[in-house]
Design a protein around this ligand. Sequence first.
Ligand SMILES: [Zn+2]
Ligand SMILES: [Zn+2]
Length: 426
Amino acid sequence: MDLNKILNSLKNCPCGREHTFDTKVVEIGSGITAQTGKILAEAGFPKKVLVVSDRNEWKASEGILESLDAAGFSSKLLIYEDMRYAKVEQVHEVEALATDVDGIISVGTGSVNDICRVSSFRTGKKFCIFATAPSMDGFASDTAPIIENNFKNSWKAEQPMVIIADTKILAKAPVELKAAGFGDMIAKYIGLFDWRLANMLIDEYYCPAVAALTEEAIAKIVALADKVQGEDEEAAGAIMEALVLSGLAMKLALSSRPASGAEHVVSHYLECYKLARGVWPEFHGKKVGVATVLINRIYHNIADRVEEIDPIVEVTDWDAVKAAFSEEQIPELMKLNQPSIMDKVDPARLKAIWPEVRKLIKETLPTDAEMMDMMRKAGAVTEPEDVHVSPELLELGLRYHSYMRYRILLTRLMPMMQLDIMDYLK
Ligand SMILES: [Zn+2]
Ligand SMILES: [Zn+2]
């Protein structure tokens, strides 16, 4: 991946922000596992490293240790049995083992990367990801979701200096994971729309060039949707590249806006709900994909049916909102709403831009039929029950997710527009 080309294309960006990221090298290629040591040495990655993985991901990455040895690295190993949750206990474990190394290499996807990313940041070590499945967009991120006391919070983390992915390994990853990565990328349609909406409504920072980078990445994987389910190296590599690019876009915009909108917040609601009850919340991109289908459908239905709006100054029934969250979540929830993002919204301005908002939905979001078609082709699930979400839980998620962010989303504006989200689900 030509990172310099990306940075050069964003030089003197009209948005006024200087766009940079810390990632130096992204190598995605067929059979490059054996070159891992060489790639890291050339990138100037330190030679004393801690390698962290879990049993399945480590098995998939055969040859990596030999490659590190051959290039003169001295490696310490920490292999977890089955890493499903990124918990604070594991962050401490990795930190303790990292005291006498200069770099951490995470071999895996999802939770393993999250733990290592946070540990690297907190101990000041260089960080590398060797990715084994294109399952979510966090590879290039500089934050990570960590679970503490059954709650997931976003922690500061180290952006990887080097990202390596062997398309032979990516292609063999379970379809469920590849489809999850596809779902996490499809979500960017909504993310970009909600970002643009916030810009139109409250002048939130927006960069068309960063948005365009993400659009390009979406277009590329949509074109390969029907190859996701086979062991196709090109499709797996393209999803991986798109996911990395999406992570870089967040760093370029200094915001998660280019990568996540209402669908990610719905997924976050469902996840917190399940974590609070000790239930495995499913793979990130799988849930996000389902939420994307629903939000995309809702946005289209609103654009189709609501020709004019008469926004009012919002009156929130806080008792009803609080009832949708568990006791422990409420202090955090209220912090995100005092002050409320709605203080920045002028109802008259919302009314004035509404025709433009409708047009934006029609022009930038795929139709429901197109969305369902690409998800099915990619082998991604589309129904709430596929991610073990009951109609009752879904209703809570749709009605109350938007209070979990200090952020403009179209869903957050619905009470002001006097619309009930449940009327637009079908
Ligand atoms: Zn810009
Ligand atoms: Zn995501």
